[in-house]
Design a protein around this ligand. Sequence first.
Ligand SMILES: O=C(O)CCC(=O)C(=O)O
Ligand SMILES: [Fe+2]
Length: 197
Amino acid sequence: MARTRTFRETMSSYCKEVRELGFRLYAVISESLGLEPGYMKETLGEQEQHMAVNFYPPCPSPELTYGLPAHTDPNALTILLMDQDVAGLQVLHDGKWVAVNPQPGALIINIGDQLQALSNGQYRSVWHRAVVNSDRERLSVASFLCPCNDVELGPARKLVTAETPAVYRNYTYDEYYKKFWSRNLDQEHCLELFRTC
Ligand SMILES: O=C(O)CCC(=O)C(=O)O
Ligand SMILES: [Fe+2]
């Protein structure tokens, strides 16, 4: 008799696929910076992977609140599976909040703070937020690829030159993560606290 997949099996294979996709993206991002394809994956160490299933119920006064306030993601890379029907994600582009509308079958890839640091500021960790609406609930599933807690992170040596000095000092992810959650999400970009100058 045919057996339907359990929730656990579906989630488990989704997590594995998302992880592989993240590793492929690390390789092309490394290459785009003139680094070895394995640079990001190796530097980030044994990756943790977290998942947030965000549920935003309808809100009678959506103009008074946010589903999620403005933030950047503290990790390396986020792969976001969005509700296929209801919009809510916005990204800050040229000082304006722009809606990212659902595209059937598409995943949203957010660069996190650690890829900004490793690329010495060449890639930018995007400011984003989620708004709510008064009549429809919304769901999003965020998969966060996170560096190993105790690896040393900072600008790739090859990207630090006399013309492009290190923008950020070195630190462990443990230190960064604690600092990130010790402030309000929508305060200044947390990486600003790790600047060399
Ligand atoms: O719900 C969304 O579209 C955004 C979720 C998000 O940014 C997060 O979980 O960090
Ligand atoms: Fe986020």
